[in-house]
Ligand binder design. Structure first.
Ligand code: UD1
Length: 367
């Protein structure tokens, strides 16, 4: 059996690392298993891609499609056009895609139309917000996938409510948390940036188009952050999408702007902070596992389990609400959270076990 494991953008790399490792460790018992790592090149800068491979010990991709940036249509189409010949040349039996980025959808769609079976890791998450490109990617990828690996029980419920047959759904846990469990010891040993003391600073990340592509919304968020910075230093690793938009924004001197950080220093930074403010998806999950209070500056989340039992609170972009919750946490009233079921560092092993136990099916599509 031949498998393609696809990664394209920064949040994918933490998810494919443990799957790759689990495949390699189980391959001994299945000498016919062939795994090729495919990088679409959606993210390509050193600090958005290569540094993550290095930190996580992921080998060089076997195939790099090198597609780069572009509009949604351009990027998705370029990935499809580059991925199709790779599929035709190598004829994988399965294409494994992770997460919800454009690479996820583009490779799933290409594979399915070639009659190649598709496994989606992190299936069933729903924000119910169709203005998010990721929600469209999630819905379309799940609709055509043959195997749906879910991170939590709410994602299983979403898929069942959409009429997905039970056989396709496997509740396995969270591969991004596998990576966290493997790396947290190393991350905690790293020195913090100059001038920061453990437990006495906040971390900010912002990259959602809905927040950063509209100057008035970015202004509202940064107004609240400026006020928080009067109480506590705020470290702000700036995403390349956000960087040019910050030029017009006033910034309190205690906001420390830094370049995007690679996996280990960022994990160490978050683990030692007392508060995280973000609009990311994955960071909502990482803070829940680390027990760090997280304020998510979005009106909705596809990861509601982190609010139901974790440390995450949805605050939107209303400065009053952000400040109310931030001050409450800084005053010592952070809510204690619990860790969701099966976020135990073993999700990738469960995924690979399911995949290796699948029967060989004849291709069903057109080539
Ligand atoms: C993408 C994902 C988003 C994910 C985010 C994490 C989609 C639809 N969006 O959004 O879900 O949360 O990645 O970072 O797939 N750029 C660089 N270097 C790079 C990559 C991008 O400088 O390596 C710059 C380019 O100017 C690019 C911009 O960042 O135009 C945005 O990149 P893009 O991949 O289009 O979207 P993200 O906002 O990163």
């Amino acid at each position: 059996m031949k498998y393609f494991l696809v990664a394209g953008a920064r949040p994918n790399f933490m998810k494919v690392g443990p799957i790759h490792r689990a495949f390699v460790s189980r391959r001994n018992g299945h000498s016919t298993v062939d795994l090729l790592l495919v990088h679409t090149g959606q993210h390509y800068s050193r600090n958005m891609s290569d540094d993550f491979f290095r930190d996580l010990g992921i080998p060089e991709p076997d195939i790099n499609l090198g597609v780069g940036s572009g509009s949604h249509a351009e990027q998705t189409a370029r990935i499809m056009m580059a991925f199709e010949p790779a599929c035709l040349e190598h004829r994988p039996d399965w294409v494994i895609v992770v997460g919800d980025v454009n690479s996820t959808l583009a490779c799933a769609l290409t594979a399915k139309k070639l009659g190649i079976r598709v496994a989606h890791v992190e299936a069933g998450l729903r924000s119910r917000d169709m203005s998010m490109p990721e929600e469209i990617n999630r819905l379309c990828t799940d609709a055509i996938s043959d195997l749906l690996f879910t991170t939590d029980i709410l994602a299983v419920e979403n898929l069942r409510n959409e009429g997905v047959v039970a056989d396709k759904i496997h509740f396995v846990g969270n591969t991004m948390i596998d990576t966290l469990c493997q790396q947290i010891g190393r991350a905690r040993q790293l020195a913090l940036p100059e001038g920061l003391a453990s437990g006495q600073y906040a971390v900010l990340t912002l990259h959602r188009p809905a927040n950063v592509d509209f100057p008035e919304r970015l202004g509202l968020v940064m107004g609240a952050i400026n006020t928080i910075a009067t109480r506590i230093p705020v470290v702000f690793p700036v995403h390349p999408r956000t960087k040019p938009r910050l030029k017009q924004v006033e910034m309190h001197p205690r906001i420390q702007i830094v370049e995007p950080m690679s996996y280990l220093p960022f994990l160490g930074l978050v683990a030692n902070s007392c508060l995280v403010l973000t609009d990311s998806g994955g960071i909502q999950e990482e803070t829940t596992v680390l027990g760090v209070p997280c304020l998510t500056m979005r009106p909705n989340t596809e990861r509601p389990i982190t609010c139901e039992i974790g440390t995450n609170v949805l605050v939107g972009i209303d400065p009053q609400r952000i400040l109310l919750e931030a001050n409450s946490i800084l005053d010592g009233n952070a809510r204690a959270g619990a860790i969701p079921d099966k976020w135990d560092g073993r999700a990738a092993e469960r995924i690979v076990d399911v995949l290796l136990n699948q029967h060989v099916h004849a291709p069903s599509g057109c080539t």
